[in-house]
Unconditional design. Structure first.
Length: 196
């Protein structure tokens, strides 16, 4: 699939599934020593060629100011790992659960298999785009997806499709956690344990 259509497919899927608002979230892929990332303020549900910005992973150039406000996080991930693609989204149920949890631990079979433990970074401080770049990159050496409290998910994969799958899987699991909690069942279920 051509590069633009990959971005369009994943951006549109994130938006139609409610995993981002109209101008929320961002996507990138590694491109040699550079990365291609969505433009600052772009609408992921309606991307055009002008919304893709190519810039260096390790230094600024004339395109850098156009890049997503989360560029620092994407760069840190590519520098620390062999990841080829990154999806950042704001999935509502996961954001809601992240306010009160230090990990997001799915109960459903698919969630447990794909994302057994999702670390939640950040405490009560005001979080700005680009925050926790080093911590997110470090965590993504061990897990496929990491969450920033009250903000959103950063998923890493070999393809945008893969990182998108982790994102949608997380939200599905968090929705199920929410339902179980509403039913008064969640506390009775065993929690996943182990190192994250
Ligand atoms: Zn964000």
């Amino acid at each position: 699939m051509e590069m633009l259509s990959q971005f369009q497919t994943i951006g549109s899927a994130l938006f139609t599934q409610g995993l981002i608002s109209s101008c929320g979230g961002n996507l990138s892929v590694r491109f040699g020593e550079r990365l291609i990332i969505t433009r600052r303020g772009s609408m992921l549900g309606a991307l055009s060629g002008a919304d893709l910005v190519e810039t260096h992973i390790d230094r600024n150039d004339q395109s850098t100011p156009l890049a997503s406000t989360e560029l620092a996080v994407h760069r840190a991930i590519y520098m620390a790992t062999s990841t080829q693609a990154v999806v950042h989204a704001h999935p509502s149920y996961a954001v809601a659960l992240s306010f009160t949890r230090s990990v997001l631990a799915p109960h459903d079979v698919e969630g447990k298999a794909v994302l057994p433990m999702v670390p939640v970074l950040g405490e009560d401080e005001e979080i700005k785009p680009g925050d926790f770049a080093e911590e997110i990159a470090e965590a993504l050496k061990r897990v496929k997806l990491v969450f920033v409290r009250g903000h959103g998910s950063f998923a890493a994969g070999q393809l945008l499709e893969e990182a998108y799958y982790y994102t949608s899987c997380l939200e599905h699991s968090c929705y199920l956690c929410y339902l179980l909690e509403a039913m008064g069942e969640e506390k009775q279920l065993p929690r996943a344990t182990g190192e994250i």
